[in-house]
Write a protein of this length. Sequence first.
Length: 435
Amino acid sequence: MWQPDVLVVGGGPAGVAAAVELAGMGLSVLLAEQRDRLGGAIHRAYAGAGASPVKRNPHHQRRWQGLLDQLPQVGDRLTLQFQSVFLGVERDGRYLFDDRVAGHVRSVRPKAVVMAVGGVERVLPVPGWELPGVTTAGGMQVQLKETGEVPRGLILVAGSGPLPLALAAQLAAAGNPPLAVLERGQPFRAALAQPGAAFNGLRSWPQLAEALGYVQQLLQSGVPYRTGCAVTAIEALPHGLRVAVVDHHGRDRVHEVAHLALHDGLDANQTGLPSPSQSGLPVVWAGDCREVLGADAAIYDGRQAAQRVAQALGHLCGMVSFDGQLQAARRTQAALRTLYHTPAPTLTPETVVCRCEGLRATSFAALQGAASPHEMRVVGRFAMGTCQGRFCARAIQEFAAETGVPFELGALHGSVPRWPLRPVSVAALAAYTET
């Protein structure tokens, strides 16, 4: 069994920042990452040889490289454990991981923990979103970064928020510009109606420069950016998809494409995360799993989490406040939510709500007698699939509100989340030993 001073779960900006800060204080740190390299989603490493062929934001790359340059400086106080998937926590304070290199489950008993598992992409259900060829914008972006290969055939990017714009620009720069970017909201009209939000959204120069770079790439590639356009239905074709779209004037349009990338924002990924009450250890959440504030803020949040952990362990360290940077990021994110706000699409009875289990809106209607989230899960199997509610829980919460059933996302897995939080093989469980 590993017994470091601090366990850090997640190798993205927040996790690496926290680990470097803690190791720099002289504490022994184990950083567990489920991938084979550090980076998280935003800095997903290219799996091929040489430099990545995918265009990346220079500002984020400089900040990330600055973190990586600090790793050798902390020496053996920091241990990196790759391909280790966090499974959950036993009541006695053992943190369990699926070590996919060794092929068995291992445990860690730290003195303190930093959870930095990032955010989760939100996609609102529309008829046909479960079909092959439909993916999330974040998923397509990660695939592009890791493989360096652009999906073949016509691509349509749709949804809401800044990420579809970024993905479209990267696809265009990589050689396959999307057919169009369809923004469900109307950010330009919202900016005129709420100039305060527009000002707050544009006052961060790095983010403004990033957005202008994406716009320039789309203009050069001739990719139209249409606002007030929503996907209403998706149908399978022999060699692709038929995507029905309606604009804010009520005009219908149909696109035939090979791939559709959907995105409706990011949420904090808190599914099954431990709290201090579970094991009596100092547990701090950092980065997008605590609050979605962006990559730069995740670094500051990771460092702040490290200071809080060190303080909880009674370790002397110089406390530096990052409240100003975090508040600025919070202000920017609030402005973006205002500018991109738009009502959720109306679900038809046959719309798939839970992709993992293939459950439709009509399946929920059959649970009118359910009196608790637990009954909805056990009887209806909502949030029981591989994603454990990461993608469908919000839709279920809205259904539950309509029927008067209290459904708190934080209580979805109970006061003590059961493990495994991720799929794990029976062979890996059977090979578990205390070492």
